[in-house]
Design a protein around this ligand. Structure first.
Ligand code: MV4
Length: 462
C-alpha cells in the first residue's frame, strides 16, 4: 500500500481526498498557490508545498512543479482530483515515467477518451448505442453537409477536443449548416488549438444520465448505478441525484450493462463515468466518457455506501475489488446541490470575498463537503463552487424534504450564493414530481423578475 500521496488539487476535493487517506493511514502532501496559503487543505495535510502564484496556469496547472513537489516530498502516488490536470494525458504520462503512481486510468486511456470522436468510434464498434452521426472526424464542409443530410436535421456539431458542452453548435437546416460548421471549427481551434469537429443528430430535450464505473487492474469492471445530472445551466451542473427519477429498473439494467461494456472496450482502470443522453421515449445513447473522479461522486457514495476515493487508491495500488456487481445494492435516494459563490439575480456572476459568518446544516441524512469556514476569503482565481450539500433518504421525497430543510439552515454572510436558487428548484412542483430534462433551467429562469431570488446574505428573523 502507498505510504504517502500528493494531492494535486485544492478546495473541497483536496479535503475529500485527505480524509480518506487519513482513514487508510496514508500520509498526505498538499500543494498550494500563493492565494491558498490559508486554505484548509494546507492545514489538514501532513505536509504542504507552495507551487507558485495565484493564477492556476502558474500553479495547479503546471505539471513540472507538481512532479518536482512529488519528488521532493518522496510520495508514492499523486491524486489529481477533478479539473486542473486530472484529464491531461501528458501529466499522467509524466507521472508514469517518473515512477509515481497516477491515481486514475493509464495515460493512453485518458488520451483516447479525451478525443471525443475516437471515444465515439471505440464505443460504437463495441455495439453500444451512440447517437447517429459521423464516423471519425470531418475533413471538409461538403463532406459534413452530406452526413448531416443523411442523418437529418437538426444536427449538432461538436469539437473533438471538447466535452462538457464547449464548442458545440446547433444547425437546424442545410441553409445554416455551413455557417455553423465554420463557427464550430473556428471556436474549436480557439479553445483547444484543434479545429477537428464531428456531427451528431440533435436530441431534443434529453436527460443527462451518467453511470459510475470502477475497474481494477485485474480486469474486474463494475457499475455503481447512475446519476441524473439534467439540471444544468450553460453546461454547468447545478443539481445531481441518484437514482434517476426517470429510469425504470429495466432501462437501468440495460444501460448499466452497456456502461460496463464501454469501460471494458477501452481497457478502463480506476473510477470513471459513462455519460448517456436519454430521450423522452427512453432511447439512450453514449455521448462521452469522463476519466476522473467527478464533483458529484458523493451522491453515488451515499446510495451505495462505497468510498470511491478509497477504491481509487486501492485500485491504483494494485489491489483487486473485494465485491461483485450483485453486492451493490441501491435502496436509498441522494441529491446534491452545488453551493457556488455566485449571484443568481445577476446572471450567476461570481461573488468572491470574505465569508464574514458561516454556519452549515447538519443532522440525519445531511453531508456537506466544503473547504470554506467563517473568515475564509474566497479568491477570484478559481472555480466559484464553495461546497456541495448532499442529502440522503429512503425515498426521493425524503431526500428532497431534507434538502429543503438543510438549505434553510445555512448562514453564509459576506458573499452571494446560489442557495436561494437551489431552494427554488428543489421546491419547483415539476422538479419534485418528475425531475428535470436539460431544458428545465432555461424554462425555469425564463421570465423570473429581477431580484427574484432575493439573495440577501442575512436571515430576516434575526
Ligand atoms: C447533445 C445534445 C443534444 N443532442 N448532443 C451538452 C454537454 C455535452 N456533454 C453534451 N451536451 C449535449 N449534447 C446531441 N447529439 C444536448 C446537449 C446538451 C445538454 C446535455 C446534457 C445536459 C445539459 C445539456 C444542455 C444543453 C445541451
Amino acid at each position: 500500500m502507498f505510504e504517502k500521496i500528493l494531492i494535486a488539487n485544492r478546495g473541497e476535493i483536496a479535503l475529500r481526498i485527505i480524509r480518506t487517506c487519513k482513514e487508510l493511514g496514508i500520509k498526505t502532501v498538499a500543494v498550494y498557490s500563493e492565494a491558498d496559503e490559508q486554505s484548509l487543505h494546507v492545514q489538514l495535510a501532513d505536509g504542504a508545498i507552495c507551487i507558485g502564484p495565484a493564477q492556476s496556469s502558474e500553479s495547479y496547472l503546471k505539471p513540472d512543479r507538481i512532479i518536482s513537489a512529488a519528488e521532493i516530498a518522496d510520495v508514492d502516488a499523486i491524486h489529481p482530483g477533478y479539473g486542473f490536470l486530472a484529464e491531461k494525458a501528458e501529466f499522467a504520462e509524466q507521472c508514469e515515467s517518473c515512477n509515481i503512481n497516477f491515481i486514475g486510468p493509464p495515460s493512453d486511456v485518458i488520451s483516447k477518451m479525451g478525443d471525443k470522436s475516437i471515444a465515439r468510434e471505440t464505443i460504437r464498434k463495441s455495439r453500444i448505442p451512440v447517437i447517429p452521426g459521423s464516423e471519425g472526424t470531418l475533413e471538409s464542409r461538403s463532406e459534413a453537409l452530406k452526413i448531416a443530410q443523411k442523418i437529418g436535421f437538426p444536427v449538432i456539431i461538436k469539437a473533438v477536443a471538447g466535452g462538457g458542452g464547449k464548442g458545440m453548435r446547433l444547425a437546424r437546416n442545410a441553409m445554416t449548416f455551413s455557417k455553423e460548421f465554420d463557427t464550430a471549427q473556428l471556436e474549436a481551434e480557439k479553445a483547444f488549438g484543434d479545429n477537428s469537429v464531428y456531427v451528431e443528430k440533435y436530441i431534443t430535450n434529453p436527460r443527462h444520465i451518467e453511470f459510475q464505473i470502477i475497474a481494477d487492474k485485474q480486469g474486474k469492471t463494475l457499475h455503481l448505478g447512475e446519476r441524473d445530472c439534467s439540471v444544468q445551466r450553460r453546461y454547468q451542473k447545478l443539481i445531481e441525484e441518484a437514482p434517476s427519477p426517470f429510469l425504470t429498473p429495466d432501462l437501468r439494467k440495460k444501460m448499466g450493462r452497456y456502461a460496463i461494456r464501454a469501460a471494458e472496450a477501452c481497457n478502463y482502470v480506476n473510477a470513471g463515468t459513462i455519460e448517456f443522453l436519454v430521450d423522452k421515449d427512453g432511447n439512450y445513447y453514449f455521448i462521452e466518457m469522463n476519466t476522473r473522479i467527478q464533483v458529484e461522486h458523493g451522491v453515488t457514495e451515499e446510495v451505495t455506501g462505497i468510498d470511491l476515493i478509497k477504491e481509487q487508491i486501492l485500485i491504483a495500488a494494485g489491489e483487486s475489488l473485494k465485491f461483485d456487481q450483485r453486492d451493490i445494492k441501491i435502496n436509498q435516494h441522494a441529491i446534491e446541490t452545488r453551493i457556488c459563490a455566485e449571484d443568481p439575480d445577476r446572471n450567476f456572476s461570481p461573488s468572491p470575498g470574505e465569508i464574514t459568518l458561516y454556519y452549515q446544516p447538519g443532522g440525519q441524512g445531511v453531508r456537506v463537503d466544503t473547504h470554506i469556514y467563517g473568515g475564509y476569503y474566497i479568491p477570484t482565481h478559481y472555480d466559484s463552487m464553495i461546497g456541495k450539500l448532499i442529502t440522503t433518504g429512503k425515498t426521493r421525497d425524503l431526500a428532497l424534504d431534507r434538502m429543503h430543510r438543510a438549505l434553510g439552515e445555512y448562514i453564509i454572510r459576506g458573499v452571494k450564493t446560489t442557495i436561494p436558487f437551489n431552494m427554488a428548484v428543489v421546491n419547483d412542483p415539476i422538479f419534485r414530481r418528475v425531475g428535470a430534462t436539460t431544458n428545465f433551467i432555461d424554462e425555469f429562469l425564463n421570465g423570473k423578475p429581477k431580484n427574484f431570488f432575493n439573495n440577501k446574505p442575512i436571515r430576516t428573523h434575526e
